[in-house]
Design a protein around this ligand. Structure first.
Ligand SMILES: NC(=O)c1ccc[n+]([C@@H]2O[C@H](COP(=O)([O-])OP(=O)(O)OC[C@H]3O[C@@H](n4cnc5c(N)ncnc54)[C@H](OP(=O)(O)O)[C@@H]3O)[C@@H](O)[C@H]2O)c1
Length: 250
């Protein structure tokens, strides 16, 4: 895989996002130019400092400002040129037991995980915003492909993402834009540690054992993202690719 002279947008690229960072590092190693997106400049600058190449840019932007996404996308294209693809890794994560759900919570999960993804795909599929054979990759979740207690909102927002890539893939095929989703289960890293503390020892053992190949690493997720961005997957569109250590097979 060689991404030299290719330009990609990566949302959720803050240094404290294990997966976003791994995606940036993998694309950087393969020569891509990146625009790193998040709300905290410092966290993006730190990611930047960990990358080998110095030709990357950052863009501080709040993706929950859904009505501003199209104008912001145009500014990026005016400044840096048409993109070869995007990776939407930014997310709102957490637990939402049914007894306490509020309308605000529903917006929090759906705005970033789903609605921002739709607005990004809409904006960057406009004429002159993308280069030939562009590839858009959404980071979904295994939670969107099966039920999980206390995860109703997160899971539903990721299920919506998996549905969106199917319809978008059909609609954008005539522009030769591919749209896919990568769906990790529990990924080794900071988020998993928080989850394990909440669950306690016995439940944690059970959760880990439900991944027969073991937990995926952020690098495993990044490898699948690179595959879907690359020409190796030239005829793959509208799919959700689990990177789940076998979690969904059981
Ligand atoms: N970690 C896991 O075990 C796991 C498992 C399955 C799926 N996933 C998915 O993998 C992706 C990455 O997960 P992660 O745990 O590494 O990172 P994460 O903490 O879920 O989020 C990544 C980044 O998104 C950015 N973000 C959040 N709201 C935003 C907004 N309104 N506008 C712009 N940026 C925003 C945050 O940076 P700022 O605060 O700087 O904006 C945050 O650092 C997510 O889509 C997640 O749902 C993760």
């Amino acid at each position: 895989m060689n991404f030299a002279n290719k330009l990609y947008i990566v949302t959720g690229a803050a240094v404290d996002s294990d997966i976003g960072l791994a995606i940036c590092q993998s694309l950087d190693e393969k020569g891509a130019r990146l625009i790193l997106v998040g709300r905290r400049a410092e966290a993006l600058e730190t990611t930047l400092s960990l990358l080998k190449n110095k030709h990357h840019k950052i863009s501080v932007f709040d993706l929950s400002q859904l009505d501003s996404i199209a104008a912001w996308a145009k500014l990026l294209v005016d400044d840096y040129g048409a993109i070869d693809g995007l990776v939407h890794s930014a997310s709102f994560q957490g637990y939402s037991p049914l007894r306490g759900i509020t309308a605000k919570q529903i917006s929090q999960y759906f705005d970033v995980n789903f609605s921002a993804a739709v607005m990004l795909v809409s904006a960057f599929s406009k004429a002159k915003h993308f280069n030939p054979n562009a590839s858009f990759v959404m980071i979904g979740s295994a939670a969107g492909l099966r039920g999980l207690k206390a995860r109703t909102l997160y899971a539903a927002s990721k299920a919506a993402l998996s549905s969106m890539v199917q319809s978008a893939a059909l609609e954008l095929a005539n522009k030769s834009i591919r749209v896919n989703c990568v769906a990790p289960a529990v990924v080794d890293g900071a988020k998993a540690e928080i989850q394990f503390k909440t669950l306690g020892e016995a439940q944690t053992k059970l959760l880990i054992s439900s991944h027969p190949l073991g937990l995926s690493t952020p690098k495993d997720v990044a490898n699948s993202v690179c595959f879907l961005l690359s020409t190796l997957s030239a005829k793959t569109t509208g799919v959700t690719l689990p990177v789940d250590g076998g979690f969904l097979a059981g």
